[in-house]
Write a protein that binds this ligand. Structure first.
Ligand code: KIV
Ligand code: NA
Length: 277
C-alpha cells in the first residue's frame, strides 16, 4: 500500500474523495486498518473506555496511551497514524504539551497528535506545528470535558454556540492544524465549517458533508456494550460472533467433543507397547 501523507489527504479533500478514519488500540486492530485500506488510523483516547474499562477518558495516562500507540504502530504502516493526547498532557503549559507530544512521536511511534481543543489550544497547536509535529484539532463535543458540559451532548445547536465552534475551528486552522475532527454537531454546521476551512474536516456525528468520517472500532464492530450514540452505525456483529464462539468452546469441552483425534497427537502403536512394558 502507498503511504498516506498529509498532502495526500489535502488532495482527497480537493478532489471530493471522502477520507476514512478508524480507531485502533492494539496490533491486530492496527493490522486491520493497514490491510483493509483505512486512510487514517487513530489511537483514540476512547481506548480508556472500550479497551481499559475506565469510566471516562480523563482517567487515561500518557504512559498507557504510548503503550497502545506502540502496538498499533507495529501493525498500521500505510495509513497516517494519529494518537490522541490524553487529558492533562497538553493543558498545563505549551512546554509540557511539546514534551508530551514528542513522547507520543518518539516512544509511541505516531506521526501526528490530536487534541480536544478549540481557540484556547491555538497557541499550543502553533508551537507543535512549528517544530514539525502535525496536529489534528477536535471541536464540538469534547469527551474529556464531559463533566464541565454535564454529559456527552450535541454541541452547537444555538447560534451563539455554533459561532463559537466555527471560530474555534478557524483559529486551529490558522494556528497550523492539518485537519479537524467535528464531533456531535448539527449537520448544517458540519457542512458550513467544512466549506469555510481549507483543511480536511473529519466528522463523527457531524453529518454527511464533512471531508471524512471517523468512528470508534468497537462501535463499528458492535463489541461495545455501553451507551450507543445517535451517530453510531454498527457495521459488524463481532459481539455476536464472540458470544457464539465462547459458548461453543465451553460446550465442546464439557461434552468432550473437543479436542478430537485430528486436534491431538498420535503415537506409533509399537512405541506405546514398549512404553507400557
Ligand atoms: O477517542 C476517540 O476515539 C476519538 C474519535 C472518536 C474521534 O477521539
Ligand atoms: Na478522543
Amino acid at each position: 500500500r502507498k503511504k498516506v501523507t498529509i498532502q495526500h489527504l489535502q488532495q482527497m479533500r480537493r478532489a471530493g474523495v471522502p477520507i476514512t478514519m478508524l480507531t485502533a488500540y492494539d496490533y491486530p486492530t492496527g493490522r486491520a486498518c493497514e490491510a483493509h485500506g483505512v486512510d487514517i488510523t487513530l489511537v483514540g483516547d476512547s481506548l480508556a473506555q472500550v479497551c481499559l474499562g475506565y469510566d471516562s477518558t480523563t482517567r487515561l495516562t500518557l504512559d498507557e496511551m504510548i503503550h497502545h500507540c506502540r502496538a498499533v504502530s507495529r501493525g498500521s504502516k500505510s495509513p497516517l497514524l494519529v494518537g490522541d493526547m490524553p487529558f492533562g498532557s497538553y493543558h498545563a503549559s505549551i512546554d509540557d504539551a511539546v514534551r508530551n507530544a514528542i513522547r507520543m512521536v518518539r516512544e509511541g511511534g505516531v506521526e501526528a497528535v490530536k487534541m480536544e481543543a478549540s481557540w484556547e489550544g491555538a497557541e499550543t497547536v502553533r508551537k507543535l506545528s512549528a517544530i514539525g509535529i502535525p496536529v489534528m484539532g477536535h471541536v464540538g463535543l469534547m469527551p474529556q470535558r464531559h463533566t464541565f458540559f454535564s454529559g456527552y451532548r450535541v454541541q452547537g445547536k444555538t447560534a451563539d454556540c455554533a459561532l463559537e465552534i466555527v471560530q474555534g475551528a478557524l483559529a486551529l486552522q490558522e494556528a497550523g492544524a492539518f485537519a479537524i475532527v467535528l464531533e456531535a454537531i448539527p449537520r448544517l454546521l458540519g457542512s458550513y465549517i467544512t466549506k469555510q476551512l481549507d483543511i480536511p474536516t473529519i466528522g463523527i456525528g457531524a453529518g454527511a458533508q464533512t471531508d471524512g468520517q471517523v468512528l470508534v472500532w468497537d462501535d463499528v464492530m458492535s463489541t461495545w456494550g455501553g451507551h450507543k450514540a445517535k451517530f453510531v452505525r454498527q457495521f459488524g456483529n463481532v459481539k455476536g460472533e464472540v458470544e457464539t464462539a465462547v459458548k461453543s468452546f465451553s460446550h465442546a469441552i464439557r461434552d468432550r467433543s473437543f479436542p478430537n483425534d485430528s486436534e491431538s497427537y498420535a503415537m506409533p502403536e509399537e512405541e506405546w507397547m514398549k512404553f507400557l512394558e
